[in-house]
Ligand binder design. Sequence first.
Ligand SMILES: Nc1ncnc2c1ncn2[C@@H]1O[C@H](COP(=O)(O)OP(=O)(O)O)[C@@H](O)[C@H]1O
Ligand SMILES: [Mg+2]
Length: 244
Amino acid sequence: MNSPLITLENIDIKARERSILSIPSFELQKGEILGVMGPNGAGKSTLLKTLALLDPPQSGSIKFQGQTVSDSSALVVRRKIAVALQQSLLLDTSVYQNVAVGLKIRNRPKREIKEQVAYWLDVFKISHLAKKHAHHLSGGEAQRVNLARAMILEPEVLFLDEPFSALDFPTKVQLLKDIKQVVEETNTTTVFISHDLMEIKYFTNRLAILIGGEIKQHGPTEEVLAFPNSASATFIGEWNHLLS
Ligand SMILES: Nc1ncnc2c1ncn2[C@@H]1O[C@H](COP(=O)(O)OP(=O)(O)O)[C@@H](O)[C@H]1O
Ligand SMILES: [Mg+2]
């Protein structure tokens, strides 16, 4: 059954007169794990920023659960969204404080914050790092803190922009397994940008191919990869060729 969480209509984003994202219509369904794949400069990060309401669109409309997002409602909706980027951008303090910050801003009681931070540190297997300074972590550890910091907000939608690109292979595989389990257990709608077919195949159940600012194909991940249409065939074909 269709239950659109975020709907885009007639989105057109230009930078220096050049169109960088053009989406006539798009729906992110509740509960799906959507992969977004495409070449460098295709507009993937721009699409993520648009869906996550980080950049108001210059034209068109965005709906969240069927309601048009206005300037005044954007703040409320944004509280239902969490974003994790490739660079974890952790604060200059302990791991504990980094994970606690979102709940502190929301003025949650101290005891609840303590319980929640302990819970999410445990989920992401970083309890032993609680007192460590965030700037002294390995890349994989920092990304775990970054994900714990996002998930503690219990977001309706989690946006991940190439979060594992800078990690070595074993670190990436372990983290992929863990985040997949967390997202599935919490039933969190997720948008996952990646340029890695292995990550996309393992983690996502829907896939959008973005090329030149346009969604060329969108459907179940296995279907899109097995039957690329003529527009996305060049891009997916290169991957299939590489892996065959
Ligand atoms: N603020 C900006 N000003 C000018 N050009 C931009 C800006 N942001 C993105 N672009 C351009 O828009 C295109 C899409 O960028 P981006 O969404 O970052 O692509 P991707 O994440 O797929 O690599 C690129 O050609 C990029 O150079
Ligand atoms: Mg990008």
